[in-house]
Design a protein around this ligand. Structure first.
Ligand code: G6P
Ligand code: MG
Length: 222
């Protein structure tokens, strides 16, 4: 049996990936930069500072601003994002997540969170999910953003589980890369993801018996 499952937050547990996009889009528009949902795929799983860098590069403004101005842009984006979070409630937990958490707990499988968002503790609290998690990686203590495996390795260490005995669930291409680089088994949520050990289109398709069967098949035939 796998000993732990580590979840990404935004876009896996709740649809806050859309809120991040809307907030960045509004900031980008102010700077005269147009971003769409296809471009946004490159921002998923990427921390705030690196996201801004990618947006400015995309708009041909890579060197246009001082560190203080960039800091101001990040603050503005975060304020827009936090306005969108204001009404977040347990009703916003995506389909399939609560039954999976319950099945994991019943199976004795540890549960972790690996989100590079500094807003993750608040999001988890608004969703009423804090008590389900045995360990949440602290985004502020990280050196690297996904696709670096640091956050997943930190989560495994915090859970006391070897990466090879753990499953990671992600909606971001950078997140799948991070899970794979950590040596964990990767589950991708989303039609366009590449490289996941097991890929689903939607969280509603997540089911513990299926997950277990696919994980076991990979152990038997790596
Ligand atoms: C997650 C999201 C990203 C977001 C990042 C930082 O990885 O997928 O879209 O940019 O967290 O979030 P924060 O709330 O710290 O700005
Ligand atoms: Mg995500």
């Amino acid at each position: 049996l796998p000993q732990a499952v580590v979840f990404d937050l935004d876009g896996v547990i709740t649809d806050t990936a859309e809120f991040h996009f809307l907030a960045w889009q509004q900031l980008a528009e102010k700077l005269g930069i147009c971003i769409d949902r296809a471009f946004n795929e490159q921002l998923k799983g990427v921390n705030r500072a690196d996201s801004l860098t990618r947006i400015l590069q995309h708009g041909g403004q890579a060197d246009a601003y001082t560190p203080a101005q960039r800091q101001q842009f990040m603050t503005e984006k975060n304020e827009l994002y936090r306005q969108l979070l204001a009404n977040l409630s347990p009703a916003d937990i995506l389909t399939g997540i609560l039954p999976l958490l319950a099945d994991l707990r019943a199976a004795g499988c540890r549960i972790g969170l690996a989100s590079v968002s500094e807003n993750a503790p608040q999001v988890l609290a608004s969703l009423g999910l804090c008590n389900w998690f045995d360990f949440c990686a602290d985004a502020r203590a990280l050196t690297h953003s996904k696709p670096h495996p640091e956050i997943f390795l930190t989560a495994c260490r915090g859970l006391g589980v070897a990466p090879a005995q753990a499953i990671g669930i992600e909606d971001a291409q950078a997140g799948i890369a991070a899970i794979n680089a950590s040596g964990m088994y990767s589950v991708g949520i989303g039609a366009t993801l590449a490289g996941a050990d097991y890929r689903l289109n939607h969280t509603g398709e997540l089911a513990w018996p299926d997950l277990l069967a696919h994980w076991q098949a990979k152990q038997a035939c790596p």
